[in-house]
Design a protein around this ligand. Structure first.
Ligand SMILES: N[C@@H](CCC(=O)N[C@@H](CS)C(=O)NCC(=O)O)C(=O)O
Length: 212
């Protein structure tokens, strides 16, 4: 069968999650760089979001569907516990990531720095300051959730791939980094998971320097 293709951009946390899942399974895949709303992506995802995936005649959109296909279709270490409760808890944390963590940490907080809606294109200070209580609350939730060293039981799962990738992307910005550094469990959790080969192998290129 044809090689697995993961299509997206290296800067996208959701694309990185799909790529990390493939690497954790030990699957050789082709990374096809194509941005959101590009013809290659729109041919697969009706809303033009990345990542999308192609494997022979099979096309899939949405990272959770892609990671499901990768985890279930290929040999290699299982990325969920394969127990009814454990698998449901992985889904629970991925859903929490998708509905609460990614929208707040990436789409609101990080984007207030990277794609500010201010007239002078400087970081949106009012928006960033206004989000601090919500960020602090979620950091506290996650700090307690990873007390065992993982989100689900005592093993590495897809839920850890989702959470680590998004938290490490968003902590490039100072308020969140400072908050995470003060945590009892979350800081070490992120350090341990970002030391994985799958994380290091999917590091996006540094952003271009800002013109004055
Ligand atoms: N629920 C989607 C979210 C994917 C997503 O939001 N991707 C972003 C890049 S990280 C994107 O394509 N944004 C462009 C857009 O929303 O129009 C998934 O899990 O794959």
């Amino acid at each position: 069968m044809a090689a697995l293709q993961i299509i997206g951009i290296p800067q996208s946390n959701f694309t990185r999650i799909a790529r990390m899942a493939a690497l954790e399974k030990g699957i050789a895949y082709d990374f096809v760089v194509a941005g959101p709303h590009s013809p290659e992506v729109k041919a697969i995802h009706p809303a033009g979001k990345v990542p999308v995936m192609r494997h022979g005649d099979v096309t899939i959109f949405e990272s959770r569907a892609i990671t499901h296909y990768i985890d279930d279709h290929f040999p290699g270490p299982a990325l969920t516990p394969r127990t009814p409760a454990g698998d449901a808890q992985v889904e629970q944390w991925i859903s929490y990531h998708n509905s609460i963590i990614d929208p707040l940490f990436i789409r609101k907080y990080s984007f207030a720095y990277v794609f500010p809606k201010t007239a002078d294109k400087k970081p949106d200070r009012d928006a960033i300051d206004g989000m601090q209580p919500a960020l602090a609350r979620e950091v506290e939730v996650l700090d307690q959730a990873v007390a065992s060293g993982h989100l689900v039981g005592d093993r590495f799962t897809l839920a850890d791939i989702y959470m680590t990738t998004t938290l490490s992307t968003a902590r490039r910005f100072p308020e969140l980094d400072a908050m995470i550094k003060k945590t009892k469990n979350l800081s070490g959790y992120i350090d341990r998971h970002t030391a994985r080969e799958s994380y290091k192998a999917t590091m996006p290129p540094p952003p271009p320097p800002k013109s004055q």
